[in-house]
Design a protein around this ligand. Sequence first.
Ligand SMILES: Cc1cc2nc3c(=O)[nH]c(=O)nc-3n(C[C@H](O)[C@H](O)[C@H](O)COP(=O)(O)O)c2cc1C
Length: 189
Amino acid sequence: MKITVAISGASGVVLGKRLVEFLKSDANKTKYEVHLIVSDAAKEIAGYEEVDLAHARGLADYCYDEDDIEAGISSSSYGIDAMVVIPCSMKTLSAIANGFAENLIDRAAENVMKTGRRMVVVPRDTPLSLAALENMIKLKSAGALIVPPVMAYYYKPETIDDVTDFFVGKVLDALQIEHDLYNRWCGVK
Ligand SMILES: Cc1cc2nc3c(=O)[nH]c(=O)nc-3n(C[C@H](O)[C@H](O)[C@H](O)COP(=O)(O)O)c2cc1C
């Protein structure tokens, strides 16, 4: 399965890093061909948030900058199966929702959307503007799955890593990829 993981300039770049680490873990590394795009803003935010993206870059099969518009994934003929934008800034959300393919993230997303492949968006902002809400409705109407990083308490997280794994686990659920990153609710016994 060929998956594009795009890290855009929203808080929580660690989520994209963790997703790549899961997809290229020893148990999974031959199952998924990972194409990693990191936007310029995401690189800056990684600095502020003290997230080292070098490890994820080393694990990914292909790495791109946002202006690598000649990359294979710039064409729908490349045949990407699924794409995740994690985290997704409100700017990139708007670009994808409105077909404004200004950089490789927007263009790769356009290709995935127009060919009806699985598209997962992890929008991060609070509070949400009307434009952001409308853009999410547009994307949902076009078949994307909107998976915002929203906390839950029922699984009793103890560390920030637990919270990160919960968010990434929800993305893997959306991709229909098995994982054990969080404890599922199993009902009251
Ligand atoms: C420290 C920092 C945190 C930011 N967090 C967010 C965020 O959570 N959500 C968001 O939509 N934009 C956020 N921004 C603003 C975006 O980075 C900015 O709109 C940028 O142009 C997005 O570019 P990109 O979508 O091409 O990566 C943040 C900026 C900085 C400097």
